[in-house]
Design a protein around this ligand. Structure first.
Ligand code: KG4
Ligand code: ZN
Length: 337
C-alpha cells in the first residue's frame, strides 16, 4: 500500500510517501517546506501569513515528494492528512488538498490527529523494535503530554500541560532573551557554553505526583531574573539558557520515568519538536541507565521530531481508520479522541 501523508497544521508544509508491506514500512520521500525565515523576522507565527505561504507550497511539495519517490499520483492508494489540532487556516490547506486529491483519484482519506502523528514518528525507523506497553512523551510547541499505549489504537492520556507547553516555554524564554523563533534550537546551542548552576529556576510540578505539566511559572521566573541583571552579556545568556534547559529537562524526565514505572512499560517514545533536543535525549538515556531500568528509549531522528508528513503517513499505517472525503473536516481544537 502506498500512502501519501500531508501535514500543514502549523507553519510547515509537508508531503511524504510511505510504502507499507506486511509489518515493514519504507519511507520513499519526505519533503518539508518551511516559512521559518519569515516567522523569525516577525518573532513568531502569524497564522494568516503561514496559511498564505502554505497555499503556495502545497502542490509543489506534493509534486516534489512524488518525483523523489519516482511515483505518479495514480500510484497512491490512500491519502493521510492532519485534521487537527493546529491553526485553522493552515489545517484547511492540507485538508482541502487531501479531499480534492481523494475526490479526483477516488481514494480514501485517513484523517490523522497531529499529536498521534508525532508519536508514530518513532515507527518510521524503529517499527520492529518498539514493544508494548509503551509510554509516549509528546513535547512540541503546543503540547506536553504523557500517554500510555497498550497497543495500536489503544491510547490513554495520563496527563498534559496546564498552561505553556515545553516548546512554548523554550520559544517565549528565547524571545525575552533576544533570540528569534523558534527558540528551542537557539537555547540548546547557547546552553552548550553555559553553567546551568548559576541560576536556580523552578521545576514546576516536579513532585506533584500526577502527570501534568506547567511551564508558565518558569517563564515568569526567567523574566524576573532578567530584570534584575544589569547586562545580558554573552556568558550570562549562555548560563540562563543552560539553566532553563536543565529545569525543563528535569521535569520532563522525572515525570516520564515516574509514569513508566507506575505503568510498567517496556518502551518510552519521545516525540515532538522538543525531542530534537540532544541534551534531553542524552539525559534520558543516562537516567534510565543510572536507575537500572530495563526500558527501551526511542526518539525519532531529528527531522522526524519537528512537523513532517512521514509521521502522518506512519500513524495512518497503524491506525487505518479511513473515511470518505465528504466526512473529513479540519478541527483546530482536536485533542486526543
Ligand atoms: O513539533 P513541532 O515542530 O511543532 C508543533 O507541533 O508545535 O515543535 C516545535 C517546537 C518549538 O517550540 C521549538 O522551539 C521546539 O519544538 N524545538 C526545540 C528544539 N527544536 C525544536 N526545543 C528544544 N530544543 C530543540 N533542539
Ligand atoms: Zn507538531
Amino acid at each position: 500500500m502506498i500512502i501519501l501523508g500531508i501535514e500543514t497544521s502549523c507553519d510547515e508544509t509537508s508531503a511524504a510517501i510511505l510504502e507499507k508491506n506486511d509489518e515493514q514500512i519504507i519511507l520513499k520521500a519526505n519533503i518539508v517546506a518551511s516559512s521559518f525565515a519569515m516567522h523569525s523576522k516577525t518573532g513568531g507565527i502569524i497564522p494568516e501569513n503561514a496559511a498564505r505561504e502554505q497555499i503556495k507550497y502545497i502542490i509543489p511539495t506534493v509534486q516534489k515528494a512524488l518525483a523523489e519517490a519516482e511515483l505518479q499520483l495514480t500510484d497512491i492508494d490512500t491519502i493521510a492528512v492532519t485534521y487537527g489540532p493546529g491553526l485553522i487556516g493552515s489545517l484547511l490547506v492540507g485538508v482541502e488538498t487531501a479531499k480534492t486529491l481523494a475526490f479526483v483519484l477516488n481514494k480514501p482519506i485517513v484523517p490523522v490527529n497531529h499529536m498521534i502523528g508525532h508519536i508514530y514518528a518513532n515507527w518510521i525507523e524503529h517499527a520492529s523494535e518498539i514493544t508494548f506497553p509503551a509510554l509516549a512523551l509528546v513535547v512540541s510547541g503546543g503540547h506536553t503530554d504523557l500517554l500510555l499505549l497498550k497497543k495500536h489504537g489503544d491510547l490513554t492520556l495520563l496527563g498534559g500541560t496546564r498552561d505553556d507547553a515545553a516548546g512554548e516555554a523554550f520559544d517565549k524564554i528565547a524571545r525575552l532573551i533576544g533570540f528569534p523563533y523558534p527558540g528551542g534550537p537557539a537555547i540548546e546551542k547557547e546552553a552548550k557554553n553555559g553553567n546551568s548552576k548559576r541560576f536556580n529556576f523552578p521545576r514546576p510540578l516536579i513532585g506533584s505526583g500526577d502527570y501534568d505539566f506547567s511551564f508558565s511559572g518558569l517563564k515568569t521566573a526567567v523574566l524576573r531574573e532578567v530584570k534584575t541583571l544589569s547586562s545580558l552579556d554573552s556568558q550570562t545568556v549562555s548560563d540562563l539558557c543552560a539553566a532553563v534547559q536543565q529545569a525543563i529537562i528535569a521535569v520532563l524526565i522525572r515525570k516520564t520515568i515516574h509514569a513508566a514505572q507506575a505503568y510498567n512499560v517496556q518502551s518510552i517514545l519521545l516525540s515532538g519538536g522538543v525531542a530534537a533536543n540532544q541534551t534531553l535525549r542524552d539525559t534520558f538515556e543516562q537516567t534510565l541507565k543510572d536507575k537500572h531500568l530495563p526500558i527501551k528509549l526511542f526518539a525519532p531522528s531529528k527531522n522526524f521530531c519537528t512537523d513532517n508528513g512521514a509521521m502522518i503517513a506512519a500513524a495512518a499505517c497503524y491506525n487505518y481508520n479511513q473515511s470518505p472525503w465528504e466526512d473529513i473536516t479540519a478541527n483546530p481544537e482536536l485533542y486526543f479522541d
